[in-house]
Design a protein around this ligand. Structure first.
Ligand code: SF4
Ligand code: MG
Length: 325
């Protein structure tokens, strides 16, 4: 069974220019022990999708339509209090900058053992022992010393390890990681991703990973959702996405990712920018940037279709019948 099943999610923001649909009909599922990555440029709606799932969209934003089934119950129907209980218990989160998620006034040990005491219902002494164990488990050397340290005295990589320890201390079913390694240098980034992967496997945690980085996707994901302008444009498993990308936007992203290129080859970046929600092009939202755009693309919007088994694509190139209308 899917741990998380997002169905036709619409998240809108009210602005002075009118209603802005940041997420416009997004669907996907994440199974136990599986990592699904949502990839896209900034402004694609990927972070708004994750915030919607976490119940962190506040006015003027609103989850307008659709369902978010977590272990079968619809999160769009629960109250703020219930949501708060769910976050940090069943659903854990890791963000880009751990300094802002850790309280600067308390030691690492204080914060970690408070979390363990609360979620695992153990006494203070046991929570302390478990905290130090947990710090070792996430690869922190001199765990005893770090236990007594304040967040600002640690490096970014160490703080992110602490955040992973915090996130996993409540044995979550789902871990949402929004650009978890973007602020870190490449070597540390690889270590943190490796660690997340290892721990998630050990605990069969489902991971929803939000990233703009296809290198991170290749490293971590089982399934991939490519988002563009608030919609899913391609959805398949990670092997298929890299070996047989279909959507022109996905191809563009791959062509602009250095990891997948010979050094001599010149990288192409995708021309143009993501359209703003108040200024969406007619037809396919990618048409102003697409090298394959046809007449139909500027008039009608393509649907997300299953072009082959478990491979969905939103593009007229794969919808011959309708494209000739
Ligand atoms: Fe390009 Fe047309 Fe496909 Fe859009 S529908 S991605 S414009 S070919
Ligand atoms: Mg973001």
């Amino acid at each position: 069974m899917a741990v998380l099943n997002v169905e036709d999610l619409h998240t809108y923001f009210k602005t002075e220019h009118g209603i802005v649909p940041s997420v416009n009909g997004v669907s996907f599922e994440v199974k136990e022990g599986e990592t699904l990555a949502i990839v896209g440029e900034s402004g694609s709606g990927k972070s708004v999708t994750s915030l919607s799932i976490m119940g962190l969209i506040d006015a003027p934003g609103k989850v307008e339509k659709g369902s978010i089934l977590f272990e079968g119950s619809d999160l769009t129907k629960i109250g703020k209090k219930e949501y708060r209980k769910l976050r940090g218990n069943e659903i854990a989160m890791i963000f880009q900058e751990p300094l802002t998620s850790l309280n600067p006034l308390f030691t690492i040990g204080n914060q970690l053992s408070e979390s363990i005491k609360l979620h695992q219902k153990v006494d203070k002494k046991t929570a302390r022992v478990k905290s130090v164990e947990m710090l070792r488990h996430v690869g922190i050397p001199r765990a005893e010393k770090v236990f007594n340290s304040y967040p600002h005295t640690l490096s970014g990589g160490m703080r992110q390890r602490v955040m992973i320890a915090m996130a996993l201390s409540c044995n979550p079913k789902l871990l949402i990681a929004d650009e978890p390694t973007t602020a870190l240098d490449v070597t540390i980034q690889a270590q943190i991703l490796e660690l997340m992967k290892k721990l998630a496997k050990e605990h069969s945690t489902a991971i929803l990973l939000i990233t703009h980085d296809l290198g991170v996707v290749a490293e971590m994901a089982d399934k991939v959702v490519v988002m563009y302008a608030g919609q899913v444009v391609e959805y398949t498993d990670v092997y298929t996405l890299f070996s047989n990308p279909k959507h022109p936007y996905t191809k563009g992203l791959l062509n602009s990712t250095p990891k997948f290129h010979e050094i001599e080859e010149e990288l192409e970046s995708i021309k143009g920018t993501v359209p703003t929600p108040t200024n969406m092009p007619k037809g396919c939202k990618f048409n102003p940037r697409c090298p394959f755009a046809m007449d139909v693309c500027t008039m009608n919007e393509p649907a997300l279709n299953e072009t082959s088994y478990d491979h969905k694509v939103r593009c007229w190139l794969y919808e011959e019948k309708e494209a000739v209308i």
